[in-house]
Each structure stands twice: as structure tokens, then as C-alpha cells.
Design a protein around this ligand. Structure first.
Ligand code: SAM
Length: 358
């Protein structure tokens, strides 16, 4: 039936993403845009990608990595407002900082150091971020990954049978569950489900694995929300905004469907039977910000990939430029204009602030 067929195509989009990342990541052997020793385990047949795609995969990964690193290291937890824009400014460098609306509180770095945090990766596919970060000594109290059961089953097998992964998880009680579609450990959980059923089916699964709405939480959606109907992605944004005490939500996806390049992009995807229902609801940087601010989030900001590209340091630009010949500059700028990173921050006033306000 058509819905199932469409879902199969969407599940297949991960193969594409991971092959590009692998190619961009095979550092020592190959190009060296990214450093990721884990990604190779997920790719059976690596294939060459053009420089333009490598640069895109690199920027996409690097920008979400930067948010993740900042989130893990920051004291976002201690202040509902002053730190709201910290990850933002560091990621894009030139991006302006959105103004926040609630009262600022002072941060206490000492207290912040031991604060527990959670990360939830929505539509994780074969993403390796948990492993990359923990290998570098950067981890959250809990890291949850969610995808369709067909995707998580494949990922669970690869993780379970590879010492490279189980060593990083480092939990002798690492368990497979739900017919091999889920993995549970102390700090890493791979969960299966349909994001279109977030409140009813995903939230209870998170809760059963120790998810805590009072902990500061980073939600990552890397090329995921765009594939589901806006009503369903809005439900996720709403739930997070309403139920979490403090959260940072980072979205990476396509924008600008209406210009010539955007129309071509959609046509090309359609020939592979891929639709992007989300792009019509959130076609611009402004609407990407409003997807959060109109639902009560305190601060939101979106930038396109050209802006992120420009914000690379001179040294890093030199490094990636030396990796391979890159002369498709105009084509790159067009492409980069059609991808964005949007992030939003939301925190409830802390109990002590409520008392002070009364
Ligand atoms: N986030 C990963 C990355 O960037 O490498 C994977 C991106 S891939 C383009 C999109 C992923 O979202 C796929 O793994 C797909 O199965 C997942 N996905 C899409 N719709 C979903 C849904 N309704 N429920 C669960 N997962 C979904």
C-alpha cells in the first residue's frame, strides 16, 4: 500500500547520507574532511561523491557536532536565558543573537560542571555522533536514538557485533530488545518507532529508559522532520517545548523550494519517489525560526549553509580547500542556499525564580 511504499523510500534516505559521510570521513585513507572511525562499519559499498557533496556533508556534520559539543560543555543548565544563545553564536560566528524574553539569572559554573544532560537524536539513521563524542571523552548522562524498526535493527546488529562500538558503550549489560530492534545500556539507548506517533508511542519508550524531562536536553533532527507532515513535526516541537524544563532543538534540513534550484531539487527527489512535505510548511529561514517561536520557544535562529561556510576560520577553510580541487563555487553557493540549520531554546523559569517573582 502507498504509505508503506513511501516509508520504505524514506528509510532508504539514510543510506545516501551515510555513504556521503563515509566518503567525506575516510580521513587517513581518503579525503580527510571529517574524522570518524565509526562510519565505515555502516557502509557496504562506498562510492565516490563530488567535491560539492563532500563539502556539504562536512559542513552539515561539523555544524551539528559543534552544537553537540557546546551543549555537552556548556552550563546551559544553570541559566534560563543568558546561555540561550551561547551555542548559537559559537556555531555560526557571524550570526546575530536572538534576544531573550525572560529574566536573566546568574550562572554558577561550579554547579554546572556536574549537571546531567540528555541528547535525543530523532531519525538517527546510521549516525555515529554518540560514539565519536564518547571516544573523545564527551558524553551525556543519556543519549537516545530513535528511528524506524527496520533502520534500528540494522544499526543494532552492527553495534552489537563490533568491539569498536561495544567498547565505547562500555556497559557489560548492553542488551538487545524488542526483536533486535532496540539496544539498551547505561548511557546509550537505540529505540524503534515512528516519529509521527511521538507523544503516544515514542515518549513512553523514552520514559521506560530513564528519560527525565527535568534534565537539560538536546534534540537533534538532521534531515528528518522534512520527511514527515508538518502536523506531525509540529507535535514534536510542541511536546518538547511544553514538557521539557530546558531544551535546545537543532534542525538541519532543506529550504527554498520555490526558486529554480529548489524546484530542480524537488524534481530530482521525486524521481526517486522522495517527497519533502516539511519544506512547504517551513520554506525559509524565517519560517524555520517561527516553527519554534510561534509555539512558545524563547529564542530561535536559522542560517543557511552559505553563512556557515563563510563562518569557517581561515585556517579550517585552507585545510578543507587543500583536500581536493573545488571549482564548482557557483553551484556550491546555490546548493548551500537550500540547506539550513535552525536552533531554538526553551527553558521554564526555575523554582527559585518563580519564588522571587512572586
Ligand atoms: N539523521 C541521520 C543523519 O543525518 O545521518 C539520518 C538521516 S536520513 C536522511 C533520515 C532518517 O529519518 C532515516 O533514517 C529515516 O528512517 C528516519 N525517519 C524518517 N521518518 C521517520 C519516522 N516517521 N519515524 C522514524 N524515523 C524516521
Amino acid at each position: 500500500e502507498p504509505q508503506v511504499a513511501r516509508d520504505d523510500v524514506i528509510k532508504g534516505t539514510d543510506d545516501d547520507a551515510i555513504i556521503s559521510k563515509l566518503y567525506a570521513a575516510q580521513s587517513a585513507v581518503n579525503l580527510g574532511y571529517l574524522d570518524d572511525p565509526f562510519v565505515k562499519h555502516f557502509v557496504k559499498r562506498p562510492s565516490r561523491r563530488p567535491p560539492l557533496i563532500n563539502r556539504g556533508s562536512y559542513l552539515r556534520t561539523r555544524s551539528l557536532d559543534t552544537f553537540t559539543e557546546q551543549f555537552i560543555k556548556s552550563d546551559i543548565t544553570q541559566s534560563s536565558t543568558t546561555t540561550a544563545t551561547a551555542p548559537a553564536s559559537a556555531t555560526t560566528l557571524s550570526a546575530s543573537t536572538p534576544t531573550s524574553t525572560t529574566t536573566a539569572t546568574t550562572t554558577t559554573p561550579a554547579a554546572a560542571a556536574g549537571i546531567k544532560k540528555q541528547i535525543v537524536s530523532l531519525g538517527c539513521g546510521s549516525d555515529t555522533r554518540y560514539f565519536k563524542f564518547k571516544a573523545k571523552g564527551l558524553s551525556a548522562h543519556k543519549y537516545f536514538e530513535i528511528d524506524f524498526p527496520e533502520s534500528t535493527a540494522k544499526k543494532a546488529v552492527v553495534i552489537k557485533k563490533n568491539k569498536a562500538f561495544t567498547d565505547i558503550i562500555g556497559d557489560p549489560d548492553l542488551k538487545l530488545g524488542l526483536g533486535g530492534t532496540e539496544l539498551y545500556s547505561k548511557d546509550y539507548c537505540l529505540l524503534s518507532g515512528d516519529l509521527r506517533d511521538f507523544t503516544e508511542s515514542i515518549v513512553p519508550k523514552l520514559n521506560a529508559q530513564g528519560f527525565d524531562t527535568s534534565l537539560p536536553t538536546l534534540f537533534l533532527s538532521e534531515c528528518v522532520l522534512i520527511y514527515i507532515q508538518p502536523g506531525d513535526s509540529d507535535a514534536i516541537v510542541n511536546w518538547v517545548g511544553t514538557n521539557m524544563d530546558a531544551s535546545l532543538f537543532v534542525v538541519y534540513e532543506q529550504i527554498n523550494p520555490a526558486d529554480a534550484f529548489g524546484a530542480m531539487m524537488l524534481r530530482n527527489l521525486r524521481t526517486r519517489q522522495i517527497e519533502l512535505p516539511g519544506i512547504h510548511a517551513y520554506p525559509s529561514l524565517k519560517s524555520q525560526e517561527e516553527r519554534f517561536t510561534s509555539r512558545g520557544w524563547q529564542a530561535a535562529h536559522a542560517v543557511n549553509m552559505n553563512k556557515l561556510h563563510e563562518s569557517l576560520s581561515e585556517q579550517e577553510m585552507k585545510r578543507i580547500s587543500s583536500l581536493e580541487i573545488f571549482d564548482e563555487v557557483e553551484e556550491w553557493q546555490l546548493l548551500a542556499d537550500h540547506y539550513c540549520v535552525a536552533w531554538a531554546y526553551q527553558a521554564k523559569p526555575r523554582q527559585s525564580e518563580l519564588h522571587r517573582a512572586q
